[in-house]
Design a protein around this ligand. Structure first.
Ligand code: DAH
Length: 347
């Protein structure tokens, strides 16, 4: 092949190459050991001296030409391959996303947190006692000896055999006993104890398991006025500033004097409706001044210290606050129920 023929076939061949492989085959065909351009180059030695330079230059030009076209086509093939890959792997950002489902807090978790936040802001600590308790802590040390008639109102679940002295606590008041006993210095206490309690009950407003919160304050010079002020504030903060609070004399074995606390019905504002049975009031709390016997049984000097205590069902607060008609739905674990309380408190 002469120079001109090689040039023409080179342009032609490169033009026709369809992919990188064909292109590389051509490289071997032209520039390989026995390649067409290589052969031309080997001819230089047989050429008369005066033509050598020009011939050599032309071979070089051919090589450059080959390489230039080769590079250009190679780049084009690579770009095309990349574009194809990108197109194949493209993500369609206009597709609607899969929604991440936002969980929601259980209404009882919400209420518990509100109660805790409020009392912690008033300097209380939070203590959670165990749900399995001894008869002693649940009743005896709260001034309810065996056979005391007031035990009937709190019939609960007893353990068997060697644990027959244990039961599922029927009131968070048991935590009061633990807090007093654990306080080795027998000094001041300011604590709230939220948690589950159990009773042999089951209807629309009573569940065998429900939640209470207990409060206990012990110090020197604690009076009924402190109790009243604390509980009024508590009711207004949780149920709204317009809530009126009323104290009625009552009886609890562990307090003396004892009171029950009513609030104005949040449905009718006190006018009277089916919820408050036309009275305008709803009972929400039991409370009183800690009985000296209770203080003494847990090692406190009742001539030096006084205390007040209160206890309330948190489920009742949740039912009133969120308009839940049946307590059993609170513990039914139906996600459709729980979702309804999402953002109810403007969180
Ligand atoms: N433990 C009582 C109950 O479950 C509620 C209660 C009443 C708690 C008076 C108290 C209290 O601390 O002083 O019915």
């Amino acid at each position: 092949m002469n120079m001109e023929e090689v040039k023409n076939s080179l342009i032609n061949d490169l033009e026709k190459a369809n992919d990188l492989k064909e292109l590389n085959d051509l490289k071997v065909e032209y520039l390989g050991k026995k390649g067409k351009i290589t052969e031309l180059n080997q001819m230089i030695k047989d050429i008369p001296n005066e033509e050598k330079k020009e011939f050599g230059q032309k071979v070089n030009e051919l090589r450059t030409m080959f390489n230039d076209i080769y590079e250009e086509k190679k780049n084009a093939f690579e770009a095309a391959a990349l574009n194809e890959k990108l197109a194949k792997e493209a993500i369609d950002i206009t597709l609607p996303s899969k929604k991440v489902k936002r969980g929601s807090k259980h209404p009882m978790t919400r209420i518990t947190e509100q109660f805790e936040d409020l009392f912690v802001s008033m300097g209380y600590t939070v203590y959670e006692g165990p749900e399995i308790e001894s008869d002693e802590n649940c009743f005896q040390k709260l001034n309810l000896p065996k056979g005391h008639p007031a035990r009937d109102a709190q019939d609960t679940f007893y353990l068997k055999d060697e644990y027959e002295n244990f039961l599922l606590r029927s009131q968070t008041s048991t935590a009061q006993v633990r807090v007093m006993e654990e306080n080795v210095e027998k000094g001041p206490i300011r604590v709230v104890c939220p948690g589950k309690v159990y009773r042999r009950d089951e209807d629309a407003t009573h569940s065998h398991q429900f939640m209470q919160i207990e409060g206990l304050v012990i110090d020197e010079n604690v009076s009924m006025a402190d109790l009243k002020g604390t509980l009024e504030l508590f009711c207004k903060k949780i149920l709204g500033e317009k809530t009126n609070v009323r104290f009625r004399p009552s009886f609890f074995p562990f307090t003396e004097p004892s009171v029950e606390v009513d609030v104005t019905c949040f449905k009718c504002g006190g006018k009277g409706c089916p919820l408050c049975k036309q009275t305008g009031w709803i009972e929400v709390l039991g409370a009183g001044m800690v009985h000296p016997n209770v203080l003494e049984m847990s090692g406190y000097d009742s001539t030096k210290y006084q205390g007040f205590a209160f206890g309330t069902g948190m489920d009742r607060f949740a039912m009133f606050k969120y308009g839940i008609p049946d307590i059993r739905t609170i513990y039914g674990n139906d996600i459709r129920f729980i979702e309804q309380f999402d953002k109810k408190d403007g969180e």
